[in-house]
Unconditional design. Sequence first.
Length: 165
Amino acid sequence: MHTVIRKATRADLPQILAFIRALADYEHLSHAVQLSEADLERGGFGPRPFFECLIAEFEGRPAGYALYFFNYSTFRGQPGIYLEDLFVLPELRGQGIGKALLRRVASEAVQNHCGRFEWSVLDWNQPAIDFYHSQGGQLMDEWRIVRVEGEALTRLAAASGEESQ
């Protein structure tokens, strides 16, 4: 049983989108997926890439992916990596593919002198929580995710324009 982890290319766009949809289905969030291959291409392979993606192949076929991006910690004065998605096809779980992907992203963090590597996990996803604990991950119970999107984001941005006049 052989796993290969490689950087995604434009040719992987259909597979990346299929993985994203499979992850959303697993997380009961299929309704939230709005992106297209063109969006992925612009976001990851355009003039200013906003993410990086790794593809895991198991015995020669696509098995999973990790999608991440760099951020910056003002407290540490160092870059960090945020793992947006980590997904392995359900029928291939337990083969070490998720570990290989997580370790490869950790390696990217170390190579880029990152002070931290972090991600979110849904509170009901106990198998993922257990997996992350087994790999050294710690839940940050004192932190909450704050999000502004859609119309609320548009209103917030518009308010900025009003104040600067």
